[in-house]
Design a protein around this ligand. Structure first.
Ligand code: ATP
Ligand code: DP6
Length: 370
């Protein structure tokens, strides 16, 4: 989501029209926790999401389960002493500690956690890149979430998608002082789901072709280099330009798709003002398929960036973990009306990929959610 995935060349295999890059955010702040179990006594595959029964009967999810079972089956065929987990039904329980289906990448975290939990249960030897190809079939953006830190999804060329996978650009430890402030503008379910939105853009936007032929391939290389060089100026400029380019193709779709609203646009102006007054780029905005802003900045500039954001949005929830005594007030006039429309902030940073947890969400006696 710092270099956007938008457009599929194959809808069933979820193969993209361009490579993309994202920063995996810390699970201290935004987390999906998933427990997977299987038993001969389970009658059907079941998922409970945030306390409610949730369908697994979508073609995408079915494909993910099928691929995982296939890998498990290979292990069982090679070693007949292994329990036949591939033949048992699964019970999966998952909780997101942030709004689901609101443009905060819940499908990405959700599918990445689902694939990782089942791969762990099945004791699969496959690498994160191999598992990312399964996650990709669940939701494109999910493939990148199989890694922590800075991640690229290489679009690949093959028709069967075997080379369309996530790879690590750099681990979190390479550039650990990347911070992010999410300004939650709306946590409603979004207007146009990503899948149908991108289909419409591919079909109707003339700008889109230029984006995938020319704009993104160049930015993909430049952004990877900026990450390797920990060059925030370049990383930030590319991030903002790519967000603009993606939303321009949405506007260029017919009928147009609007993910940004007036609040989002005000935040863009605010970040521009901040960078102008600092005389360099110290913060970058980016927006996915919704109005919520993700603002990236480096820790060394936290006092200035959060100083401004707090001056404008200080009355909403989410500031408790920040050290407000260190904030530097903006050098320009902030109008009270600018603060309207943001409901909370989430202060976070670059994080690790899927982690094992001691927390178990399933009651092992009943096989049902605790
Ligand atoms: N923890 C989870 N486990 C399994 N599936 C999940 C989980 N969280 C979300 N999902 C699936 O993802 C769907 C939401 O995806 P959707 O693309 O609509 O929203 P989003 O991911 O929040 O937005 P975006 O991908 O644009 O950032 C849910 O309806 C559910 O099917
Ligand atoms: C705007 C984006 O966040 C697109 C997310 O699209 P999804 O991964 O949700 O789409 P599907 O593959 O159809 O499930 C940009 C990005 O994450 O790079």
């Amino acid at each position: 989501m710092t270099l956007k995935y938008w457009g599929k060349r194959d809808k069933d295999l979820n193969l993209p029209t361009n490579s993309s890059i994202s920063v995996t955010l810390s699970q201290k702040d935004l987390r999906t926790l998933t427990t997977a179990s299987c038993s001969e006594s389970f009658e059907k595959d079941s998922l409970w999401l945030n306390g409610e029964s949730h369908s697994l009967d979508t073609p995408r999810t079915q494909q993910c389960l099928k691929d995982l079972r296939q890998y498990r089956k290979e292990l069982e065929t090679a070693d007949s002493s292994l329990p036949k987990l591939s033949e048992m039904k699964l019970h999966i329980v998952s909780e997101n500690n942030f709004p689901t289906a609101a443009g905060l990448a819940s499908s990405a975290a959700g599918f990445a956690a689902l694939i990782s939990a089942i791969a762990r249960l099945y004791e699969l030897p496959q690498s994160a890149s191999d598992l990312s190809k399964i996650a990709r079939k669940g939701s494109g953006s999910a493939c990148r979430s199989l890694f922590g830190g800075y991640v690229a999804w290489e679009m690949g060329e093959l028709a069967d998608g075997h080379d369309s996978k996530a790879v690590e650009v750099a681990p979190r430890s390479h550039w650990p002082d990347m911070k992010a402030c999410i300004l939650v503008v709306s946590d409603d379910k979004k207007d146009v789901p990503s899948t149908s939105g991108m289909q419409l853009t591919v079909k109707t936007s003339s700008l889109f072709q230029h984006r995938v032929d020319k704009v993104v391939p160049e930015r993909f290389e430049q952004m990877k280099k900026s990450i390797r060089d920990t060059d925030f100026q370049t990383f930030a400029e590319l991030t903002m330009k790519d967000s603009n380019s993606f939303h321009a193709t949405c506007l260029d779709s017919y009928p147009p798709i609007f993910y940004l609203n007036d609040v989002s646009k005000r935040i863009i102006k605010l970040i521009n003002l901040l960078n102008e007054s600092a005389g360099e780029i110290i913060a970058a905005y980016t927006y996915d398929a919704g109005p919520n802003a993700v603002i990236y900045y480096e820790e060394k500039n936290e006092a200035k960036v959060l100083g401004l954001l707090h001056a404008v949005f200080g009355s909403v929830d989410g500031w408790s973990k920040a050290d407000s005594t260190s904030f530097i007030a903006p050098s320009f006039e902030v109008e009270a009306s600018w603060g309207a429309g943001v409901s909370r902030v989430i202060l976070t940073e670059v994080g690790e990929g899927p982690q094992d947890s001691q927390e178990v969400l399933i009651n092992t006696d009943t096989g049902l959610p605790k």
